[in-house]
Ligand binder design. Sequence first.
Ligand code: NDP
Length: 511
Amino acid sequence: PTSDIGLIGLAVMGQNLVLNMADHGFDVAVYNRTTSVMEDFIKEVEAEQPSASRVHGHAELADFVASIKCPRKIVLMVQSTAVASTDRDAVDKVTDQLEPLLQEGDLIIDGGNSNWNATIRREKEYAAKGIRFFGSGVSGGELGARFGPSLMPGGDPEAWESLKPIWEAIAAKVDRETGKPIERFDPSNPVTLEEGEPCTGYIGANGAGHYVKMVHNGIEYIDMQLICEAYFLMKQLIGMQPDEMSQVFARWNEGDLDSFLIEITTDILQQRDPTDPSRFFVDVVLDTAGQKGTGKWTSISALDMGIPANAMAEAVFARCLSAIKDERVAASEVLRGPAEAVDFGDQGEFIENIREALYCSKICAYAQGFQLMREAQNEFDWDLDFGQIAAMFRGGCIIRARFLQKITDAYAEDPKLANLLLNDYFNEAVNKGQAAWRKVVSLAVLNGVAVPAFASALAYFDSYRTATLPQNLLQAQRDYFGAHTYERVDRPRGEKFHVDWPEENRPQLTL
Ligand code: NDP
């Protein structure tokens, strides 16, 4: 055997990860269900890549397995469709085919976007057969996979030790002092571990890596939605053109909002339509968003565990509302908004208010994401290091941002921090921005411009900082119609009471 690692699944992510590993000096065996895909890839690599001699194609699965050094490490980058833990998809099919060819102690790493429930099931199921099954989130899309993704591995800690040298080598790197990503898109000169801190690290047992990757995607949904709402306010209320907005986003990218998503938004807004350069590209893109499911999974998990991740769920619903285009077009002919426009005042000041609203909302969204992971660690018996997770998000992945250094610092100060909002830096940031945030949400509402993520993040903030919410009345209602009992403010928590509501006060049933 000559290869350090094997990879199955040569679609876009698999191919790029292979090249990344080869650039870092690892010999990689590759296999794909459809052999011609593997052959085409090998031809392309031989023609174009300096590291071609380190990529070895195999048409037969048995040859592929035999070519890898023991204990074998085999990465799966195949389509994942399982949602429930019992669903079996391509990941199971390939693992079942590999099983008779593997030896005790060999390691399978699922690098796809698998549901964490399926990973928990697989880890247990394959451990019983002597195979160590590992789930690792991979973020950063095609370019990340090629030049440095953020990698979120979960499974047996011993298995991690054997994977660690490769994962640390190929992961994105950030500057050890500033936490800023080091980006270099040069295959013959990849960023090394000596140059920067890798955006990977052991996350936890079984499905922990895939869970954290899923929450990353949930945060990605809300981050994108918040940027879209800022854009929409500038478009609808101020009437700005895309190139003018691009300049605003470019400015924002120099401050607290400095991030990959703001950067690409800056680029997108100045792009012209390739078929008609007199128009802006963004103006010809249909306003219906697609989704592959990880945002939905994040929201379902939040609901299952009773965690108020309302802004994250709102971002998923915003995509759903965008998708019912025909219905919206028909409704726009019938339903009217406010009769009169409400003035936003000075344009420059209003744009700065939008920036502050975006930053405050973003802080709440991340607070929700981290609360969700905190609850998941109790639910699934993981031991998560939130500072390390934030540190891993600083480079390589879609949500990479300057802001993540602040989260890393917050958890370094207090690893048991209950909510990001309680950290001094974030508390002060929201305090400073809240007047602007409230003004932006109010003006949006008064003018009939939907800003669901800005508004729900604000509702989260206001609810979270309020000692007494109106759910005293709600619990009384539940006791009235369903004898669900209530607790009292003047008695210890946990003691339940019930009022025998007088018969004449009960609502009459009408048939
Ligand atoms: P796809 O999700 O499109 O998967 C295609 C690959 O899966 C092909 O190699 C295909 O082989 C293989 N495959 C499908 N079914 C089977 C099967 N039954 N047996 C064997 N092989 C099978 O590829 P991507 O590269 O887009 O994604 C790979 C994984 O990475 C997915 O889980 C995805 O969610 C995740 N991911 C994707 C990102 C992206 O930006 N695309 C970003 C981060 C993660 P064949 O050629 O024979 O059809």
